[in-house]
Design a protein around this ligand. Structure first.
Ligand code: PA5
Length: 337
């Protein structure tokens, strides 16, 4: 069994097993049957609730389904849901611990409005809020951010069922990621090589379309695992503001990393090229990263896996504990008192 191979106290072990964790669990039939029933009754929109490591799977799913489903999907990282979320909406509250106050509060708000609410969690208070067939269990003991492939393994099929589209074969995507991992060995450890390029620098991940969530995930992984500053921004939006600050980038050691897609809209590709030239003229050479992939989702996963590994390598170079989240815990404790 995959879980026996993983040392849950070791971030590297958890991240290295990303490909093996993808598709290793799935929602129980009762939850999928419930989702199918909800779909047949009609859904105006899906509102995803969750914070930090528990929200990112939903962000990724939202980005990928934008071009596949006509059901609006929004992601809420706050205490309440927007006014337009009513009884015709379905909400999915995701909290690895099941105790995150913003997620619990937003789920309560959604349920008061009559939204059908599902919960994905490894325990805590969240399961008690929903009916048995709306509750999906995650294996315990992981760091929430390292549980991304597990959360995707249940959240993606749940949402695919709710919007009525074919299920993604996550095990197959995992197998392809394992091949990417093998290639890293022949490439003298691609994540470590990238980490060396970033030593003493502040990464700025720039992406567009479905890779937007990947850029944000990379920023958060480096913040939480390597405990260093990192930022994310979007093309084309950054072309209308951030580009004016580029003169300051090289002085401040900001390293732009362009997360490219093989299916990029031609105008987006032209923007990346032009942006790259302008940045280079200002002594700031962007690093471009591409992955070969057969679907947009697989491409997202390949970028995410590489950048998750990068965060672990950066933590090692920084000499910090990539598992510890002392300040997050301190803040949560301060607020719960
Ligand atoms: O990765 C982490 O540890 C955090 O980002 C948590 O995911 C975040 O604090 C929310 O907690 P939970 O995932 O338990 O809801």
């Amino acid at each position: 069994m995959v879980f026996e191979k993983i040392n849950k106290k070791n971030m590297r072990s958890m991240v290295e097993n990303f490909p093996n964790m993808l598709g290793v669990i799935e929602p129980e039939p009762k939850s999928l049957n419930h989702a199918e029933k909800v779909r047949r009754e009609g859904i105006d929109g899906i509102c995803l609730l969750g914070m930090g490591g528990s929200s990112i799977a939903g962000e990724m799913i939202r980005c990928i389904l934008v071009s596949k489903s006509s059901t609006p999907i929004i992601s809420v990282k706050d205490y309440t849901v927007p006014m337009y979320v009513n009884e015709n909406w379905t909400t999915i509250a995701v909290s690895y611990s099941g105790n995150t106050e913003e997620t619990l509060s937003a789920a309560e708000d959604a349920m008061h409005r009559g939204c059908k609410t599902f919960a994905i969690t490894s325990g805590g208070k969240l399961p008690k809020m929903v009916s048995d067939d709306a509750y999906i269990t995650l294996p315990k003991g992981f760091q929430p951010r390292a549980a991304l492939p597990l959360i995707l393994s249940v959240e993606l099929p749940l949402i695919e069922t709710l919007v009525g589209i074919n299920r993604t074969d996550l095990v197959e995507v995992g197998k392809r990621l394992a091949l990417v991992q093998k290639k890293w060995v022949s490439d003298e450890n691609a994540p470590l090589k990238l980490a060396h390029k970033l030593e003493g620098k502040i990464p700025l991940f720039m992406a567009s379309e479905h890779l937007a969530a990947v850029a944000y995930r990379a920023k958060c992984q480096i913040n939480e695992n390597a405990k260093t500053a990192s930022f994310a921004s979007l093309i084309p939006e950054a072309n209308h503001n951030e580009i004016e600050s580029i003169g300051w980038f090289s002085q401040s050691n900001i390293q732009p990393i362009f997360l490219r897609s093989i299916t990029e809209n031609p105008r987006i590709a032209a923007r990346f090229r032009a942006t790259s030239e302008i940045y280079t003229d200002d002594d700031c050479n962007p690093i471009h990263i591409w992955h070969q992939a057969s679907t947009g989702f697989e491409e997202m996963m390949a970028h995410t896996f590489l950048l998750d590994m990068l965060s672990v390598e950066l933590a090692k170079l920084e000499g910090v504990d990539d598992v510890a989240v002392e300040r997050i815990t301190k803040l949560k404790n301060a607020l719960s008192n």
